[in-house]
Design a protein around this ligand. Structure first.
Ligand code: ZN
Length: 283
C-alpha cells in the first residue's frame, strides 16, 4: 500500500530542526506523495527547496488568507516565478472569517486572483475556508475554476453543500483532527463525500490526531502538540474505520483520486504558463 497526503506544511519551523528524521519516517510509512503548501512569500523558497530535495514533495504555492496583510507589491509576480519553476499546484488560498480582524475585501481580492490563475493554468488549487461558505460558493459558481478540480482542505462545510461543490469540481480532504470526540459533526459530514472525491490529509504540523492514535509523537511547540507528517497512515486507519472499509480498499481509491488531481503526469499535459498569461514583470 502507498499513502498520499493531500495537504501538509512540511516547511513549517516546527518541523525544520528534524527534517531528515521526519522524511525517513515518512519513507518507512510508505508515503508516496505529499502536497506541501506554502502560505506566503516568506515560505515559498522553502517549499521549492523541499521539492528539489525530496521526490515525494509536490510543491504548492499560494497566499493563505491569514497572511494576506504581509503581501508585497510584487506578490503576483513572485508567485508566478515559483509556479513557472514547478507548475504543480496553487495553495493554500482561501477565505477565513473566523480569525480576528480579518479584512474580507482584501482576502477576497487575493483569493480571486489566485483562483483565476489556477483556472488559466489548469492547476489544482488547495482551498481553506472557515465561516465563509456562502461567499465561497458564490465565487466558485461565477468564476472560472481549474478544469482539473480543486481541493477543499479539511472540509468543514455542511453536508448539504457537498453535491453542489462536487459539481463545481471539488475534492474533500479528511484530516486526522476529525478523530477527536468533539468533532462528530465534521466527521459525519465525510460519509456524504462521493468516493471518487475523497482525499486524506495530515495538515502537519497542525491538526494533531487524538493522543491514542498518534504514532509519531514529537515534542510540543509553544505548549501545543505538533503533528508528524508520518501520522498519515494513522489518518487512513481512522478514515477506514469511519467509512467502514478495509484500509487496503480505501488506499486504492485515495491513490486514484490523488493522482487524478495532483499527478505530475497530468501536469505535463497541461497548457502551462504562456507569456500572455504570466503577470508582467516590472523592469
Ligand atoms: Zn494548511
Amino acid at each position: 500500500m502507498k499513502f498520499y497526503d493531500a495537504h501538509n506544511h512540511l516547511q513549517d519551523d516546527r518541523l525544520k530542526p528534524r527534517l531528515d528524521e521526519v522524511m525517513a519516517a515518512a519513507q518507512t510509512e510508505s508515503i508516496a506523495r505529499m502536497v506541501v503548501n506554502g502560505a506566503s512569500e516568506a515560505d515559498w523558497p522553502d517549499v521549492l527547496a523541499l521539492a528539489r530535495r525530496f521526490p515525494q514533495v509536490i510543491p504548492s504555492f499560494g497566499y493563505h488568507p491569514w497572511y494576506v496583510k504581509e503581501r508585497t507589491a510584487r506578490w503576483r509576480e513572485n508567485l508566478a516565478v515559483y509556479l513557472e519553476q514547478v507548475p504543480s499546484a496553487i495553495g493554500e488560498i482561501g477565505l477565513d472569517r473566523w480569525i480576528q480582524d480579518y479584512d474580507a475585501a482584501e482576502q477576497e481580492e487575493v483569493f480571486l486572483w489566485q483562483l483565476r490563475l489556477a483556472a488559466e493554468w489548469n492547476l489544482p488549487a488547495s482551498i481553506h475556508c472557515l465561516r465563509a461558505w456562502g461567499k465561497l460558493l458564490d465565487i466558485l459558481r461565477r468564476e472560472p475554476r481549474p478544469a482539473c478540480g480543486f481541493l477543499l482542505h479539511s472540509y468543514g462545510g455542511a453536508p448539504e453543500l457537498i453535491p453542489e461543490l462536487t459539481r463545481l469540481g471539488a475534492y474533500f480532504s479528511l484530516p486526522g483532527y476529525c478523530a477527536h470526540e468533539r468533532k462528530a459533526r465534521q466527521r459525519e459530514t465525510f460519509r456524504h463525500v462521493p468516493a471518487d472525491r475523497l482525499l486524506i490529509e495530515t495538515d502537519a504540523p497542525d491538526q494533531p490526531l487524538p493522543a491514542e492514535r498518534n504514532r509519531h509523537p514529537l515534542p510540543e511547540a509553544g505548549g501545543k502538540p505538533v503533528n508528524h507528517p508520518a501520522n498519515l497512515r494513522a489518518v487512513y486507519d481512522f478514515a477506514a474505520e469511519l467509512l467502514g472499509q478495509p484500509v487496503e480498499k480505501l488506499a486504492e481509491q485515495i491513490e486514484e483520486n490523488f493522482l487524478r488531481l495532483f499527478s505530475p503526469e497530468a501536469r505535463r499535459t497541461r497548457p502551462g504558463p504562456t507569456a500572455a498569461r504570466v503577470p508582467s514583470r516590472a523592469p
